[in-house]
Design a protein around this ligand. Structure first.
Ligand SMILES: Cc1cc2nc3c(=O)[nH]c(=O)nc-3n(C[C@H](O)[C@H](O)[C@H](O)COP(=O)(O)OP(=O)(O)OC[C@H]3O[C@@H](n4cnc5c(N)ncnc54)[C@H](O)[C@@H]3O)c2cc1C
Length: 162
């Protein structure tokens, strides 16, 4: 069950949300160029036009794969890749090196559809559904969750030592 701001209540067994998204309102306040999703338009190093030391990544920016020209969907896999790539860019910039441009890659998607059922598509167009897709979704989830748990535990231990 969910309740709208207008206090209308909906009960459902299955809900498909087609509302779309817009980027954080913070981007509008930066007064940089944006697309129709209010995502910042950034260069190949994820910097808004004319600004050398601000990087905008993840859902807040229009991320392009510069090899294919494809605009990538605002998804966790893209946000994580832009984070990792930007860290390498900043490392090179600190060393006074011109970073080699890297493009995030859309690897496909899987969705859980309730119960042990899912649908999925791998980048090269292979589609799958049912229990295998559900299992794949669970594996993808663990692939993100386990390293995150390790990193946060390590960070927490470091904090305790300080
Ligand atoms: C319902 C839903 C389902 C989704 N399912 C999937 C999925 O199955 N697979 C997938 O790949 N992607 C999925 N996504 C998309 C995915 O969640 C995003 O693409 C991803 O989280 C983007 O990461 P990000 O770091 O750019 O932004 P976020 O994860 O949104 O992180 C931004 C952070 O900044 C903080 N913040 C905002 N404003 C300020 C401020 N002014 N000052 C300080 N902090 C601030 C926010 O609190 C937040 O913690 C889903 C999104 C939604 C909404």
């Amino acid at each position: 069950m969910f309740i709208l701001k207008t206090e209308i209540t909906y009960k459902q067994d299955f809900f498909i949300w087609t509302g779309g998204i817009v980027a954080s309102s913070l981007i509008e306040r930066l007064k940089v160029k944006t697309n129709r999703r209010k995502q910042a338009i950034v260069d190949e190093y994820f910097r808004p036009e004319g600004i050398e030391n601000i990087f905008i990544i993840g859902d807040c920016a229009e991320i392009i794969n510069y090899e294919t020209g494809e605009i990538l969907p605002p998804m966790a896999q893209i946000a994580i890749q832009t984070g990792e790539i930007t860290a390498r860019y900043i490392k090179d910039m600190i060393k006074g090196k011109k970073p080699q441009v890297e493009s995030p890659v859309f690897r496909g998607m899987v969705s859980a559809l309730g119960g042990k059922y899912g649908v999925g598509m791998i980048k090269n167009g292979i589609k799958f559904r049912g229990f295998p897709a559900y299992l794949f979704k669970e594996l993808v989830f663990l692939h993100y969750k386990l390293p995150l748990r390790h990193i946060s535990k390590r960070g927490y231990r470091r904090l305790l030592k300080q």
